[in-house]
Design a protein around this ligand. Structure first.
Ligand SMILES: [Fe+2]
Ligand SMILES: [Fe+2]
Length: 129
């Protein structure tokens, strides 16, 4: 369902590989949402959020270090976008997840998928220019 498509490639190998991993995490969220055999998804959702946060922090750091190394002029706006993303992810606290698992998971998935595609198109693809 969620995966890398040709139009998402930036042409920078490590960035594309890491983006592929982020799409795989989005797909995990989608599979979890669809799964009707887990009555209580709290632990799954929390570990998914943890995985997402850890991996995006790793990816953003990697991407920012690369931009720095090439003297990329739009580094600051990238950092702002990356920090906003982490802040948004941090809003998914245990209480929020516990209150409404299904809606929270759905919202998280929509946010992640939209953010990823838009950020790649509007910002990450420019890095290779
Ligand atoms: Fe980025
Ligand atoms: Fe990226």
């Amino acid at each position: 369902m969620y995966e890398m498509k040709p139009e998402y490639f930036t042409g920078i190998d490590f960035i594309d590989k890491e983006h592929a991993r982020l799409f795989a995490i989005a797909d995990e969220a989608y599979q979890l949402l669809k799964n009707e055999f887990i009555p209580d998804k709290y632990d799954h959702i929390m570990s998914l959020i943890k995985e997402l946060e850890e991996y995006t922090r790793y990816h953003f750091k990697h991407e920012e270090e690369y931009m720095q190394s090439i003297g990329y002029k739009r580094l600051l706006s990238q950092k702002v976008a990356h920090d906003d993303f982490i802040q948004k992810i941090n809003e998914y606290t245990p209480d929020v997840v516990d209150e409404n698992q299904k809606d929270t998971l759905l919202e998280l998935l929509n946010f992640l998928a939209t953010w990823l595609v838009e950020h790649i198109y509007r910002q990450d693809k420019l890095i290779a220019e």
